[in-house]
Unconditional design. Structure first.
Length: 103
């Protein structure tokens, strides 16, 4: 299995994404992030803010500031590791429990 990347997130979880799944996200689900694999990786390591999903307590939203927008890397945590669910850009941070915020 070829990984696009694998990192330890700000919350201490090992998060990974395969090359094939990154291609699905960046070409079909959210083409606006096509050239942003490194930004998605950095959102996990050096986020602007991290929130827990209101729908699933095992899903975490890692936000990275990009000028007037945010890049949101959504990861599911399972024990000490996890995987990326999706990555997208947004103007607004979703509601949810704030776990970490850059001061």
């Amino acid at each position: 299995m070829l990984f696009e990347f694998e990192v330890v997130s700000m919350l201490g979880k090992r998060i990974r994404i395969t090359k094939n799944y990154w291609d699905v996200i960046s070409s079909k689900k959210h083409p606006s992030v096509a050239n942003m694999a490194n930004e998605a990786r950095l959102a996990l390591i050096y986020p602007f803010e991290v929130r827990r999903s209101r729908q699933d307590p095992k899903v975490f939203l890692y936000y990275r500031k990009l000028n007037s927008k945010f890049l949101c890397t959504v990861a599911k945590h399972l024990n000490d590791d996890g995987f990326i669910v999706t990555v997208y850009t947004t103007y607004k941070i979703k509601r949810g429990e704030v776990l970490w915020k850059r001061s």
